[in-house]
Design a protein around this ligand. Structure first.
Ligand code: NAD
Length: 300
């Protein structure tokens, strides 16, 4: 019989689905739950058990992992209304790992409530996108107790290859927001640069290939190029489907603005980028990959 801890996995979307599948592949017994029937079916096909509720999934689990859209989903899952949240149903001694990208203050609030119940909890938002989740090469950006992180490490290693401990509860979320704010700005300006070149008659592929080995090189030029047809596997080449949703980037930039206001930091480009992704949402592209922001400036 396996001595590996049993895992409850809540939230099986673009990221959570492949992450749970990698845990199954690594030999863990996974009880999964999602509100979406199709996400549950995919998890079942990947070899996970599917529970009827988050509470059922957590029964007998030594590790509980969540991968939900935003702060409100995470607070409502764990805290519920008046103490009827998942924290009350998690076995004592279990470890809680929230991988969602949420407000640092929310992460701290839930970690404090977990501590009151004697549960160790870390915030472990990820970087690496859907491709990284599928390949098991995510970067985990962790806030919380060093001892809790050591308990989580083998589980995180089954889903990723880099782990950074940023500090106490909420610190993982702060670092994740710093990363995504830079990514949001870089993606928008990369699209703008390619659109400018194309408007002058340049070939977007050759321009991108040059940029990818020059000083503007980035994930946006090399992996998730915003211009359709430049990179076969990028969301832009399949109608901006899959990938990292515009609305998730908009959420992260909103969190960065809030975080900046909390400490009086100036983030002029971050605020500008938040507006660009808001405009992209207004143009009807909220559900598409965030690289579709290029459409704001590309000439048809
Ligand atoms: P997603 O919308 O594809 O998946 C979220 C899933 O959570 C959905 O399947 C939804 O049904 C489920 N859900 C919502 N509330 C629930 C509840 N109470 N109980 C059970 N299931 C519930 O989102 P995603 O792309 O997987 O992103 C998840 C998180 O990871 C977000 O915080 C996002 O910012 C972050 N993230 C995403 C990416 C990416 O490339 N997609 C990369 C890094 C980080």
């Amino acid at each position: 019989m396996s001595t590996l801890p049993h895992i409850a996995f809540i939230g099986l979307g673009n990221m959570g689905g492949p992450m749970a599948a990698n845990l199954v592949r690594a030999g863990y017994t996974v009880q999964a739950f999602d509100l979406s029937e199709s996400a549950c079916t995919a998890a079942r096909e990947a070899g996970a058990g599917v529970a009827a509720s988050a509470q059922d999934a957590a029964k007998g689990a030594q590790v509980v992992i969540s991968m939900l859209p935003a702060s409100r989903h995470v607070e409502s899952l764990y805290l519920g209304q008046g103490g009827d949240g998942l924290l009350a149903a998690i076995e004592s001694g279990a470890l809680v790992i929230d991988c969602s990208t949420i407000a640092p203050a929310s992460a701290q609030k839930v970690a404090q409530a977990a501590a009151v119940r004697g549960l160790a909890m870390i915030d472990a938002p990820v970087s690496g996108g859907v491709a990284g989740a599928a390949a098991g090469t995510l970067t985990f950006i962790v806030g919380g107790d060093a001892a809790a992180l050591e308990r989580a490490r083998p589980v995180l290693q089954a889903m990723g290859k880099n782990i950074f401990h940023m500090g106490a509860a909420g610190a993982g979320q702060v670092a994740k927001l710093c990363n995504n704010m830079a990514l949001g700005v870089i993606m928008a300006v990369t699209g703008e640069a390619i659109a400018l070149g194309v408007a002058h008659g340049l070939d977007p592929k050759t321009l991108s290939q040059m940029m990818a080995v020059s000083t503007s090189r980035s994930w946006a030029t090399e992996v998730c190029n915003p211009w359709p047809g430049v990179l076969e596997n990028a969301p832009s080449s399949r109608g901006y489907s899959g990938g990292f949703g515009n609305d998730l980037m908009l959420k992260d930039l909103g969190l960065a603005v809030e975080a900046a206001m909390g400490v009086g930091s100036a983030i002029p480009l971050g605020e500008l980028a938040r507006n660009l992704y808001a405009l992209n949402r207004q143009a009807g592209r909220g559900g598409l990959d965030f690289s579709s922001v290029v459409k704001l400036v590309a000439k048809e």
